[in-house]
Design a binder for this molecule. Structure first.
Ligand SMILES: Nc1ncnc2c1ncn2[C@@H]1O[C@H](COP(=O)(O)OP(=O)(O)O)[C@@H](O)[C@H]1O
Ligand SMILES: [Mg+2]
Length: 299
């Protein structure tokens, strides 16, 4: 009887099964999936996601950037996408937007009726929208998919964890204690769902005075490094406070692209390099593990 019930349940949802299959196919073509998260809003997740994606694309990787911040989608504005630039396919679906030939991105923002619309979706709707972003969008072969998450550990992060079982997280924090308290929640979320954290980024870490060139510790300093030492999670880098991050973000031209020789762009470059190193090491380890498993299977 229970066997029959199971069989019926299996047959009851062919649409979901088909989605599941499509999602698996799409994800199998993407080498690394990285969710950028933090306990708080305004710590610079979107800024880090965008500059990480742009930085990786400047090193000739194929990169996708997926904005799953459904209530506060900032990626399109920060990348300079005008509404109306979306490619609509003949079947009514929407394609990813190209920032450059090897960087595509997608966000819920262009799908809203106007730019000031508030999204009032409950969990299941967010979940199906995010899943649709993965299976309906032509991501193609990618080296990296960077996922910009909203603050906290809610439906969006949960959906990413469930839908992309091999995703890893980058946790962004600012140096002060309050922000660090929140970040511990992100760390414990990742532990619970089994998502490896590839590292911590300390944003707004000191500011270089434009007049005297000395560093000013606006929000203290070194909290991220201390957290990294304490938890054993790698430290990926610190990004200083730079007013040009705000102006370039508002102008839709990321600082990595606008001021490639600035101190801040160099800080982002180091961050990208560390992400590349950590992810390449993960691949090597995975391959070694697979080889070991094969050896063990031999009679
Ligand atoms: N290092 C920084 N220096 C100056 N401004 C920054 C820095 N990082 C982020 N900002 C600004 O702070 C605001 C919030 O950043 P954002 O990336 O949108 O945060 P989140 O996605 O975590 O909410 C934006 O206006 C952004 O330009
Ligand atoms: Mg954001």
């Amino acid at each position: 009887m229970s066997q029959m019930k199971k069989e019926n349940e299996k047959r009851a949802n062919p649409v979901l099964d088909e989605q599941e299959q499509k999602i698996k196919e799409k994800l199998s073509k993407i080498e690394h999936k990285i969710m950028v998260m933090s306990g708080k809003g305004g710590v610079g997740k979107s800024t880090v996601s965008i500059n990480l994606a742009v930085g990786l694309s400047l090193q000739n990787f194929y990169v996708g950037l997926l904005d799953v911040d459904i209530h506060g989608p900032n990626v399109p504005k920060m990348l300079g996408l005008e509404r109306g630039e979306l490619q609509r396919r003949p079947d009514g679906t929407v394609g990813p937007v190209y920032y450059s030939p090897n960087l595509k991105f997608m966000s819920v923002e262009p799908l809203l009726p106007d730019k000031d619309s508030a999204v009032m979706w409950r969990g299941p709707m967010k979940m199906s929208a995010i899943r649709q972003f993965i299976y309906d969008i032509e991501w193609g072969e990618l080296d990296y998919l960077v996922i910009d998450a909203p603050p906290g550990t809610g439906d969006e992060q949960m959906t990413v964890a469930q839908t992309i079982p091999d995703a890893y997280a980058v946790v962004v924090t600012t140096p002060q204690e309050v922000a660090l308290l929140d970040v511990r929640k992100s760390i414990s979320f990742c532990k619970k769902v089994g998502m490896p954290i590839i590292g911590i980024v300390e944003n707004m870490s000191g500011m270089i005075c434009p007049h005297c060139g000395k560093a000013i510790d606006v929000f203290k300093r070194g909290g991220g490094e201390r957290l990294s030492e304490e938890t054993g999670i790698p430290f990926l880098g610190k990004i200083p406070v730079d007013p040009r991050i705000v102006t370039t973000g508002d102008a839709g031209k990321p600082i990595m692209a606008m001021y490639p020789n600035s101190h801040t762009a160099e800080a982002f470059e180091r961050l990208c390099q560390n992400v590349i190193n950590v992810t390449q090491t993960m691949i090597l380890k995975k391959k070694e593990q697979e080889e070991e498993n094969k050896e063990e299977e031999k009679p």
